[in-house]
Design a protein around this ligand. Structure first.
Ligand code: ATP
Ligand code: MG
Length: 229
């Protein structure tokens, strides 16, 4: 039976500050700690994921996680075999998480064309609600070249359930997007905001981590559901 190869998950957003880098790092940390070979691919110009995941010696010491800084122009070539159609065996069965450019940035295209799934990171606010369609339309274009690409879900981050505006926005998202809204939303937690201040440290304990634990399981199922062997 042919190996399914690694799954490529693009953490996407349609606007800044939606928790994309935090989500990519949290998922990489959790998948790695579950024994899944994981590559955290940092394709952002500022290298935010690297700044978070590398300790002071410049290495990522999270178990089973390799951190790779990449230029958007490289388009994942290193991970493919010579024909550019299959994955190199060394990366089989793992997960590649991409903290890349904004979905609407043309530099995201080569990566979207190599990805299996996209998670759209969102805040529960009215602006996010209005801008989700522009993120989704970027996927629509990428799918013309990569029909396997699927929107796996909307991940809500920094959620404050007692904030009425957020609670209402979250309810409206559920009405509009149904099961695409991943459960649970990731609560705002002070320690998560501090995580990048201690480079290379473990994912902080607490309510946000508990949410990421459930989301990691859910996303893994959705990501591997479509595997053709
Ligand atoms: N659950 C959370 N609770 C509290 N703070 C959080 C949480 N998730 C992320 N943050 C903080 O929110 C800020 C934005 O998050 P992050 O950098 O992950 O977003 P981003 O979408 O990658 O932003 P950018 O568009 O700049 O790349 C960061 O300071 C981060 O530490
Ligand atoms: Mg970021």
């Amino acid at each position: 039976m042919k190996s399914a190869g690694p799954r490529v998950l693009f953490l996407g957003s349609h606007k800044g500050g939606t928790g994309k880098t935090s989500a990519a790092a949290a998922l990489a940390y959790l998948y790695g700690s579950r024994g899944i070979p994981t590559i955290l691919l940092d394709v952002e110009a500022v290298g935010a994921a690297s700044l978070l995941a590398e300790d002071e010696s410049g290495y990522c010491h999270w178990p089973n996680v390799s951190l790779v800084r990449y230029s958007p122009e490289d388009a994942l070539g290193e991970f493919f075999d010579d024909s550019m159609t299959g994955w190199k065996d060394s990366h089989a069965e793992g997960i590649i998480l991409i903290d890349g450019p904004m979905l609407t940035d043309h530099k995201a295209r080569p990566m979207l064309e190599r990805s299996h799934g996209v998670i759209l990171t969102c805040l529960a606010d009215p602006l996010t609600l209005k801008t989700i369609p522009s993120g989704a339309s970027a996927l629509h274009f990428a799918r013309k070249k990569n029909p396997q690409l699927r929107l796996l879900g909307l991940m809500i981050n920094r959620f404050r359930k007692h904030d009425r505006l957020q609670a209402e926005s979250f309810r409206l998202m559920g009405d509009q997007y149904g099961k695409l809204v991943l459960q649970p939303p990731v609560p705002e937690q002070w320690e998560m905001g501090q995580w990048p201040q201690q480079p290379g440290s473990d994912l902080p304990e607490g309510t946000a981590r508990e949410a990421f634990e459930s989301l990691a399981t859910n996303i893994h199922q959705r990501l591997f559901q479509t595997v053709e062997v």
